[in-house]
Design a binder for this molecule. Structure first.
Ligand SMILES: N[C@@H](CCC(=O)N[C@@H](CS)C(=O)NCC(=O)O)C(=O)O
Length: 236
């Protein structure tokens, strides 16, 4: 695949843990990019021009004007975007097969488990209009289990896949919100050591700071925002 181009990557973004994965990677790689704010609290994710890029009505998404063969490519799903940018730049996604498999294990662990389960923990603990003990306990316990898995891994690995990689970028924005997930980070000292190290990286700080004011403008406790985000059904 071609090396990094100077044409800016178009980033479709809102400052959330899934959005941060990509802003962090773009910052880590020093790739030029242009931000298109998709206000998910107001329903921008359902606009036809965004759905053409991201049919699952979720951020993040990118368009790389200099994709394979020099032609534009659009990509949705944060994990696919991280892998693409890793291949494009040759950074944070090793080519050695064993190392690559380790990165993919922890990347898929994040997109298939850590992210969705912690997202449900946020939902039932904080945002759900009804407090349902069963759901709160289920997702708080599952979050606890996942932090335990991570803590064991990080006991003998500096980063999730050994060296710092896209797998760490995928996890950090979720892990930094441990309090909202009903966790005590002191129970997971290896996660704490890792979190401090990843959050100390200037590119991570820039990625998380990107358009942070927009985040404050989206109140997930606002019934109007909840109408947009909760209870979505298929649209035809
Ligand atoms: N599996 C997706 C999840 C993305 C996701 O859930 N994005 C949320 C923000 S963190 C979103 O766009 N929500 C809009 C909506 O629910 O309509 C990914 O990893 O890219």
């Amino acid at each position: 695949m071609s090396g990094p181009s100077s044409a800016p990557i178009e980033l479709y973004y809102w400052p959330t843990p899934n959005g941060w994965k990509v802003s962090i990677m773009l910052e880590e790689c020093g790739l030029p990019y242009r931000v298109h704010s998709i206000n998910i609290g107001k329903g921008d994710q359902f606009k036809p021009e965004f759905l053409a890029i991201s049919p699952n009505n979720r951020i993040p998404a990118i368009v790389d004007p200099s994709g394979p063969g020099g032609e534009p490519i659009s990509i949705f799903e944060s994990g696919a975007i991280l892998q693409y940018l890793g291949r494009k730049t040759g950074r944070f996604y090793p080519t050695d097969e064993r190392k690559r498999v380790a990165v993919e294990e922890w990347l898929f662990w994040q997109v298939g488990g850590f992210g969705p389960m912690l997202g449900q923990a946020h939902h039932f603990r904080i945002y759900a209009p009804e407090k349902i003990d069963y759901a709160i306990n289920r997702y708080t316990n599952e979050a606890h289990r996942l932090y335990g898995v991570m803590d064991k891994r990080l006991a003998d690995h500096e980063y999730l896949a050994g060296d710092y990689s896209i797998a760490d970028m995928a996890c950090v924005g979720w892990a930094k919100l441990w309090e909202r997930q009903g966790q005590d980070i002191a129970e997971f000292p290896n996660v704490k050591r890792w979190l401090d190290a990843v959050l100390a990286r200037p590119a991570v700080q820039r990625g998380i700071a990107l358009n942070a004011r927009d985040k404050r403008a989206t109140d997930l406790l606002d019934p109007e925002v909840q109408k947009v985000l909760f209870g979505q059904r298929a649209r035809r």
